[in-house]
Design a protein around this ligand. Structure first.
Ligand SMILES: C[S@@+](CC[C@H](N)C(=O)[O-])C[C@H]1O[C@@H](n2cnc3c(N)ncnc32)[C@H](O)[C@@H]1O
Length: 213
């Protein structure tokens, strides 16, 4: 195992040494690609793949990665336009780490309800032993209409234990750690939405870290 990278949500187990995967890191719902880009620049020996069905926010960064490294390039990055429901078969078994940060829409619904098809898709692109990190930030007031539309309730630890962990296990993900951070405990995460949502006192972060068995 490689030394722990800085690119995980800081929890008791990700802060301890020797647990973080190496190799190919896939970020699903990558948004503007900030997490992938920054992580790739910090870890030139790892390969990062950012995936999102919406290519527009990735236009700028897709150009930037092709520059020389001294000018901000990142040859260890690939962006793919795809939805989690329809991941290319070329990715099967490729990921050593898989991240889903601040999902929205159908991606949020899938990881927050334990959708069988999507969890199986996530497992399909993981190598055995790969680590999955899901980080969800919801504000029960501001996000109420989206939560109602998606059929979501607030994601308490009890909900994760009762509803999600068994579904993730059925798809081949053994949960190592889960929890909820309140707004005052907001963890450092290098994604655009982590920065955008920080500072809202009602918004909690629910996270789950699992290993592909
Ligand atoms: C709130 S943004 C978060 C972006 C980024 N992960 C971050 O933390 O800054 C949610 C992202 O999920 C993506 N998304 C929504 N549905 C998706 C799906 N079915 N498959 C993959 N990505 C999806 C959206 O296009 C959007 O970029």
């Amino acid at each position: 195992m490689a030394a722990p990278s800085d690119n995980w949500i800081k929890t008791p187990s990700t802060n301890s040494s020797g647990r973080i995967g190496e190799g190919v890191i896939i970020d699903i719902g990558t948004g503007d690609g900030r997490y992938v880009y920054q992580s790739a620049r910090q870890n030139p020996n790892k390969f990062y793949i950012g995936i999102d069905p919406n290519a527009r926010p990735l236009e700028k960064i897709s150009e930037k990665i092709h520059r020389k490294p001294a000018k901000g390039g990142a040859p260890n990055v690939l962006f793919i336009q795809a939805a989690v429901e329809d991941l290319p078969s070329e990715l099967d078994g490729v990921a050593n780490e898989l991240h889903v940060h601040f999902p929205w829409g159908s991606l949020l619904r899938a990881v927050a309800t334990g959708d069988v098809v999507v969890l199986n898709n996530l497992r399909r692109i993981c190598s055995t032993g790969a680590l999955l990190e899901v980080v969800i930030g919801l504000d029960p007031v501001r996000d109420r209409s989206e939560m109602e539309r998606l059929g979501l309730t607030q994601l308490s630890v009890e909900f994760v234990d009762r509803e999600l962990i068994p579904k993730y296990a059925a798809a081949g993900f053994q949960t190592i750690e889960r929890g909820v951070f309140t707004a005052s405990e907001w963890p450092e995460l290098n994604t655009s939405w982590a920065k955008r949502l920080e500072g809202n006192e009602r918004r909690a972060i629910t996270y789950l870290i699992a290993r592909a068995s």
